[in-house]
Design a protein around this ligand. Structure first.
Ligand code: FRU
Length: 453
């Protein structure tokens, strides 16, 4: 593992190289499993993608075990792209997209690309047996382009379900819903779409939360607004009016209003909680991460517990993270703090909190507007400003400040802002105005690398 002041204390990172989407999230054999899109040889993400793997008994102690899913077979000649996992007895079935780009004069949208839906067994350490081809581009609807990927599979009673993200020939994003009696033979049941909603939907997910069905997608090609869809690509969810086979898509809500959040995936904890993990990054962003020359890039978000209240999803860090908080102290106007640190504060009027002299979190109660602004472009790697409208007159702030990121939970998790930031000096300064609150230093996750025996 690389060691550097910007290496995170609360977030999973690649040991070196590049990380993107969380994959194969599952609880299996008494452990949480978190796979991720991984390019070990290049912090810039150039080269074949495989799946890296972390496991944990408790979401606090983590072991990096290597990269057990490697591409290079007949169906995944190029990359092992994103996918999911379903536990069945002693097997964790990994479902993923085998990606291959054929050489030649191709646009890789209509010609030259292969996106195969594959499954392979994982025994807790290694992939076992053959990679089974379940579906190929010949099986997807003819009006789809070659971009059909990112299987999310789940079981509901005796039935297996799968959603795939797709781009159609008219450059519209959609989700393909499949059903299977055994997890192996799949039939297309339905296509879920929304008029004028981007050209490609990546990394779909579909689950029931407190009785409400949700379809989560990461759409590309949405128009940008002042207080919505401010990033190059988005990710959010549609409430469904009924189960996925019949339900209609309601209004889209974004998962996170910050600069760095994409391609999230959810899974069920053994106690029934629905946990969500996102990639704390953004593909094709106009800003950058100065960790690249240091040998790594990106991390995952903390696992977030979801709940459904008053027509929207509320998010909070998994309660296991709460155990990392040490002694709370009152928040003075100015204080130097070591990261990671958690800050909880309330405001009844206009408020402002500045971190590391260049990251400003502001609340304007007249407009109910929350703003995250970088005044120091080095601190933000070129990040500028993100805004969101809140509900209610007061602001409740729950900030989880890691060594190079901030996750900002507002008003009980009604709205979340996540961003990377790169302070030069540690400890960092916190300067508050119009806020009342406290802060607590945080213990870090215990992360180790598995030793080969
Ligand atoms: C989303 C995504 C997925 C794809 C993967 C490749 O970030 O583009 O659609 O499977 O990343 O790494």
């Amino acid at each position: 593992m690389i060691s550097h002041p910007w290496r995170q204390g609360l977030h999973l990172e690649p040991p070196q190289g590049w990380l993107n989407d969380p994959n194969g999230l599952a609880y299996f054999q008494h452990r949480y499993h978190v796979f991720f899109q991984f390019c070990p040889q290049s912090a810039g993400g150039v080269g074949a993608k495989c799946w890296g793997h972390y496991e944990s008994p408790d979401l606090v102690h983590w072991t990096y075990t290597g990269a057990p899913l490697q591409p290079g077979g007949v169906y995944d000649l190029g990359d092992a792209y994103s996918g999911s996992a379903v536990a069945q007895g002693d097997t964790l079935w990994l479902y993923y997209t085998g990606n291959y780009k054929a050489p030649g004069p191709h646009d890789y949208i209509h010609t030259g690309r292969h996106h195969n839906t594959i499954r392979v067994a994982f025994d807790g350490r290694q992939c076992q047996g053959r990679k089974q081809l379940l579906l190929s581009n010949l099986d997807y609807p003819r009006h789809c382009t070659l971009h059909v990927r990112d299987p999310k599979v789940w079981q509901e009673g005796q039935m297996w379900w799968m959603v795939l993200g797709a781009r159609d020939q008219a450059d519209r994003g959609e989700v393909l819903l499949y059903r299977s009696p055994d997890g192996e033979k799949w039939s297309l049941e339905r296509e879920l779409k929304k008029a004028d909603f981007g050209y490609m939907w990546e990394c779909p997910d579909c689950f029931r939360l407190d009785g409400q069905w949700l379809l989560s997608v990461s759409p590309q090609g949405l128009p940008h607004g002042e207080t919505c869809c401010q990033n190059v690509y988005q990710s959010g969810y549609f409430p469904l009016s009924a189960a996925p086979l019949e339900g209609e898509l309601g209004a889209f809500a974004e998962w996170d209003m910050g600069f760095d959040f994409y391609a999230p995936q959810s899974f069920a904890a053994p106690d029934g909680r629905r946990l969500l993990v996102g990639w704390m990054g953004m593909p094709d962003a106009p800003y950058h991460n100065p960790t690249v020359p240091l040998g790594w890039q990106h991390c995952l978000t903390m696992p977030r517990e979801l709940s459904w209240k008053e027509g929207r999803v509320y998010q909070r860090p998994a309660r296991e993270m709460e155990g990392l908080c040490r002694l709370w102290r009152a928040l003075p106007e100015t204080v130097e703090v070591k990261t990671p640190v958690r800050v909880q504060a309330r405001a009844k009027g206009p408020a402002r909190l500045t971190l590391a002299e260049g990251l400003h979190l502001e609340y304007d109660p007249d407009q109910r507007l929350f703003t995250m602004t970088f005044s120091d472009s080095a601190l933000g790697g070129g990040r500028t400003v993100r805004r969101a409208r809140l509900e209610g007159e007061t602001l409740e702030l729950d900030l989880w400040v890691d060594n190079s990121s901030v996750e900002c939970y507002l008003n009980g998790g009604h709205t979340v802002f996540s961003t990377r930031f790169y302070p030069i000096h540690t400890p960092i300064r916190l300067e508050g105005q119009g806020l009342e609150g406290h802060y607590a230093p945080l213990r870090t996750l215990q992360v180790e690398e598995m030793q080969e025996s």
